[in-house]
Design a protein around this ligand. Structure first.
Ligand code: NAD
Ligand code: UD1
Length: 335
């Protein structure tokens, strides 16, 4: 597979994946409506790779545009990132989330079917496991109805794809990301949170940069060693690389549907993350302990051994590297 269509290709995970694809010599067609990204990412990608993807500014809700893209560029595989992803916002605007994330997916598979492009990689999330206490979580853990409309779109997205492969010759790889953080080592691309970040690491870096006054750690009375929540943080560059492995897997194997957890296979507490950030960057962070945040799972980390075994993929970058790169990225954002 040489020509890859990447939806949401200028977003956080999409841009890092486009870099990895280009570095593997692939031809990349990226489509993005810039709803949550910036056109400057394109030239940043070129700075890193020495070339850039074919870029189409457009919406995957526009089926005619998708047809034009497939007709003109003839992709052989699809990586589908384009979606809204803010959990909190999804509780205020559920229908907007269903429409973008589910109609977007349905349009894309519809056009892919018309053009007989059957290799499909889907961005799913560990949110499909719901509020579980069974960490490390394997892929056979039963899925739970999500707590947020965002999570529902991931669960239903997986269900639609599961159904699709029973009737059409698609090969679908569902990738369930745990907590992606960090930025490219060049600090040329990274996460661009709009407004006040709700995720931990952008909040840490913005507090260190003086944009936010204080980080509140949501709860230190959980039943965990230091009382704070535990998550499986994964460096976005490691995560991006898994998409190349997933495409290779689809190209070389006969199957209908596969699922992989993408995480480090190790949990870190929120307090550990904060202390690691302070240590590796030699920065003192203004933080305090506050109330628990509604809907937070106490602790969750992946059993990522299936991706290791089947895809020959494993994480290589440490929590220290995640914190260093996140801070480097934040510092250049101010420029
Ligand atoms: P992101 O918002 O940075 O990237 C998504 C990109 O898709 C953006 O550039 C946005 O402009 C674009 N987009 C959105 N709707 C579109 C549409 N209708 N048409 C064209 N472009 C559209 O998000 P991300 O963090 O890179 O996440 C990528 C995918 O991974 C999403 O599907 C997300 O749900 C999933 N995911 C993310 C995380 C995370 O923590 N970042 C965790 C689990 C799963
Ligand atoms: C959340 C979503 C998940 C989504 C992911 C990426 C939920 C239940 N899960 O994961 O579906 O894929 O975001 O968008 O919403 N924290 C603080 N202070 C802060 C921010 C966060 O203490 O200011 C803590 C949280 O309580 C949590 C941890 O840091 O324990 C990680 O939070 P966050 O980065 O928001 O990710 P998740 O909640 O794990």
């Amino acid at each position: 597979m040489n020509k890859i269509l990447v939806t949401g290709g200028l977003g956080y995970i999409g841009s890092h994946t486009v870099v990895e694809l280009l570095e593997q010599g692939k031809e990349v067609i990226a489509i993005d409506n810039l709803n949550n990204s910036d056109i400057r990412v394109l030239s940043r990608i070129e700075q890193i790779c020495g070339r850039k993807p074919i870029f189409i500014e457009g919406d995957i809700l526009d089926k005619d545009l998708l047809r034009k893209v497939f007709d003109e560029h003839k992709p052989e595989g699809i990586i589908h990132f384009a979606a809204y992803k803010a959990v909190g916002e999804s509780t205020e605007k559920p229908v907007m989330y269903y429409e973008n994330n589910l109609s977007g997916l349905i349009n894309l598979i519809g056009v892919a079917e018309e053009f007989e492009v059957y290799n499909f990689v889907f961005s799913s999330s560990c949110t499909v496991y719901g509020d579980t206490s069974n960490s490390p979580i394997g892929e056979d853990e039963p899925l739970q109805l999500a707590i947020s409309p965002y999570g529902t779109t991931k669960l239903l997205g997986e269900k639609i794809l599961q159904d699709l492969v029973n009737f059409k010759p698609f090969k679908v790889v569902n990738l369930r990301y745990f907590n992606p953080v960090g930025a490219h080592p060049s600090a040329l691309i990274g996460e661009l949170p709009l407004g006040v970040p709700s995720n931990l690491v952008p909040y840490i870096t913005q507090t260190a940069a003086g944009i936010r006054e204080q980080l509140v750690i949501f709860g230190n009375d959980y039943n965990t060693p230091d009382g704070t929540n535990i998550r499986d943080f994964i460096h976005v560059v490691d995560l991006a690389k898994a998409h190349i492995k997933a495409l290779d897997y689809a190209a070389n194997n006969d199957f209908k549907l596969e699922y992989f957890n993408l995480g480090a296979g190790k949990g870190h507490s929120v307090l550990e993350v904060v202390k690691c950030f302070e240590r590796v960057n030699d920065v003192k962070l203004n933080y305090r302990f506050g109330e628990r945040r509604a809907g937070d799972v106490v602790q969750i980390w992946a059993d990522a051994s299936k991706a290791d075994r089947v895809l020959d993929w494993r994480t290589e970058l440490s929590l220290e590297t995640m914190m260093e790169s996140a801070w480097k990225w934040q510092q250049q954002l101010g420029d």
